[in-house]
Design a protein around this ligand. Structure first.
Ligand code: 13P
Length: 261
């Protein structure tokens, strides 16, 4: 049985005070152990340390929204894996669609960041997903597979236990239009099949694949109950403690009731 995973990607939201209060509230109210469900907060870089203090001693983990592909040096504005590890970060997001599409990150850079984060010992949520145009053209699964092929080129099989793949269709992010459970199930199946052919069937059945895009308390349970959906990566709903906690609980229930996929 795969352990559920829920990530809260705060994106470029909150401020020092509201982010700290949000993290303190979540730490006080989330009572499950990390060995039954991974819950990871991804605040903006400037608030990482304050969130780290707020969740200290809880089962919540700390993640960063991005990481440099380089070790160190003359790279103005970049943040290295070592710097993140230094302040208690254990997870990073790589390849989020806003970085791919709004900031122009190509597959090759996503692959470099992914390899660097893994080589540094971090755990990674690798995000993939198609745009509406690509979906309308009937290419959704092909795009996802091509993003995966590039990203996993340099990832050794023994690192897969530190990888979660987030299927985040671009058309569902921040739009209020979530994928259906069937859509998510189909894409997750394609992703698992890719891991099976790139590595082996045991690793494919062990890797966690989560859904992201307009998840709210009202749709999470249904999507999480779909076979092969192991949790979620949340944007908007992760900024409201009650919604986030409700979705975390749904991940535990939905995944327990859904089949392996
Ligand atoms: P929303 O939940 O706001 O649609 O964002 C999803 C997302 O991009 C999480 O990384």
């Amino acid at each position: 049985m795969r352990r559920p995973f829920v990530g809260g990607n705060w994106k470029m939201n909150t401020d020092l005070e509201s982010g700290t209060v949000l993290a303190q509230t979540l730490a006080a109210q989330w009572k499950q152990n990390a060995d039954v469900c991974d819950v990871v907060l991804f605040p903006p870089f400037p608030y990482l340390q304050s969130v780290a203090r707020a969740i200290d001693g809880s089962s919540l983990a700390l993640g960063a929204q991005d990481v440099s592909s380089e070790v160190n040096g003359a790279l103005t504005g970049e943040v290295s894996a070592e710097m993140l590890i230094d302040i208690g970060v254990t997870w990073v997001l790589v390849g989020h669609s806003e970085r791919r599409h709004r900031l122009g990150e190509p597959d090759s850079l996503v692959a470099e960041k992914f390899a660097m984060a893994i080589a540094s010992g971090l755990s990674v949520v690798l995000c993939v997903g198609e745009t509406l145009l690509q979906r309308s053209a009937g290419n959704a699964h092909e795009i996802v597979v091509s993003q995966l092929s590039s990203a996993f080129e340099r990832i050794p099989s023994d690192a897969l236990e530190r990888v979660v793949i987030a299927y985040e269709p671009v058309w569902a992010i921040g739009t209020g239009v979530a994928a259906t459970a069937e859509d998510a199930q189909g894409a997750h199946g394609v992703i698992r099949e890719f891991i099976g052919s790139r590595y082996d069937s045991e690793l494919a059945s062990g890797i966690r694949i989560v859904y992201g895009g307009s998840l709210v308390p009202g749709n999470a349970k249904t999507i999480f109950a779909a076979p092969g959906v192991d949790g979620g990566l949340l944007g908007g709903a992760s900024l409201k403690a009650a919604d986030f906690l409700s979705i975390c609980s749904s991940a535990m229930i939905g995944i327990a009731t859904g089949s392996a996929g």
